[in-house]
Design a protein around this ligand. Structure first.
Ligand code: FES
Ligand SMILES: [Fe+2]
Length: 386
């Protein structure tokens, strides 16, 4: 249980809030590059409570600026792009990628007014077809090259899930909550009737990039070896895990983007290792949209991602943690909150939070030995093996 104040401290995402300032120390995806086309090169996006537009100029360069025009507030989402930047649809003020105002068509040519105008702008980097931004203080750290994003020996694709109407910390707490598996996903994962009354253990191991979650399930019959399922929560906003896929394994990165205090967007990148498929890192992988709710507005409870989203969203737009009753099964959740509080305090005190990467050598490819013996994926001795 948290007090009202502690709850606010850990969850709010706006600039100047404790968690908002922590989240601004990390790169977050705002869109998939393929969503921007020649016909529709501008998209309104919201992230960390800020209304922005992401665009691709006619030279192919991406930009991200505040949506509201500094002249008289029209939306740049209806603007036009050219080789230099983006132009407001109302009176044609034009801005470059760094937010400088390049033109004000209704002002005289010798006016210096435009030099005193600055539109808020953030850097954009593309990786695995995702357009990432960094909204924190300079210098920006490196954009992390997680294995799922940069491996080339297989097939990669992205799913953009429909918006979830809840705060980002709810999905993240769910990522260190192994005891929900048999209940929330039991039927879909063919685990109904496997509810562990037989001493399953859960370990949460803090490591360089977050929390490693390990589930050890005793063998079904006496003499059967225990099964281990081990994968990380990458702090602060990613779940890295593995699932069965057509006789092989699908390695997943679920990137939860804090849209505002009560909305979260999940980008799910999947990678299936294969002897024949290749996914060059500079290629944009295919992507699709996934609707988690049916036409009646209810979550589609036959889909695993919708089952999770149901649990997160029904906890409330911003779950009131003063109402909860945590038990021994919630140790992972408690550890995550402790870690989050600690990292917020580090940033408040002028330090650098965990998992920030500044050494290019370390960032060639960041690999995790993710295993799930229940579905047949065992620990590799060679980490390059699927
Ligand atoms: S409101 Fe944008 S140029 Fe006038
Ligand atoms: Fe789940």
């Amino acid at each position: 249980m948290l007090s009202r104040e502690e709850n606010e401290y850990l969850t709010r995402v706006g600039a100047g809030t404790p968690a908002g300032d922590l989240l601004r120390r990390y790169w977050h995806p705002v869109a998939v590059a393929g969503e921007l086309t020649d016909e529709q090169p501008i998209k309104a996006v919201k992230i960390l409570g800020e209304n922005l537009v992401v665009f691709r100029d006619t030279a192919g360069k991406y930009g991200l600026v505040a949506e509201r025009c500094p002249h008289r507030s029209a939306s740049l989402a209806y603007g036009r792009v050219d080789a230099e930047g983006i132009r407001c649809p109302y009176h044609g003020w034009k801005f470059d990628h760094s937010g400088r105002c390049l033109q004000q068509p209704a002002e005289s040519d010798d006016s210096t007014f435009k030099d005193r105008i600055r539109q808020r702008a953030y850097p954009v980097q593309k990786l695995a077809g995702l357009l990432y931004t960094y909204m924190g203080p300079d210098p920006a750290p490196l954009l992390p090259r997680w294995d799922v994003l940069v491996r080339e020996d297989g097939k990669r694709w992205t799913v953009i899930e429909s918006m979830i109407d809840c705060n980002w910390l709810q999905p993240m707490e769910n990522s260190v909550d192994p005891s929900h598996l048999y209940w929330l996903h039991g039927e879909t994962a063919h685990l109904a009737g496997h509810v562990p009354d037989y001493g399953e253990t859960h370990d949460f191991i803090r490591f360089e990039y977050g929390i490693l979650k390990r589930r050890t399930t005793p063998g079904k019959k006496p003499g059967d070896p225990p099964q281990v399922d081990e994968h990380p929560l990458i702090f602060p906003s990613i779940l890295r895990h593995v699932a069965k896929y057509k006789g092989g394994f699908r390695h997943n990165l679920q990137i939860r983007v804090p849209v505002d205090d009560t909305h979260t967007r999940v980008f799910r990148v999947s990678f299936v290792p294969s002897a024949t498929d290749r996914s060059p890192v500079d290629d944009d992988p295919p992507f699709e949209y996934s609707e988690l709710k049916g036409p009646d507005g209810r979550f589609n409870m036959t889909m695993v991602p919708a089952q999770d989203a149901m649990a997160w969203e029904t906890q409330g737009g911003l779950a009131d943690r003063s109402l909860e009753n945590l038990g021994a099964g919630d140790r992972g959740v408690i550890l995550l909150r402790k870690l989050l509080k600690e990292q917020i305090d580090i940033v408040k005190n002028g330090g650098e939070p965990m998992g920030i990467i500044r050494d290019p050598q370390k960032n060639e490819m960041i690999q995790f030995d993710v295993i799930n013996e229940r579905i047949g994926l065992f620990r590799s001795t060679d980490k390059k093996v699927a």
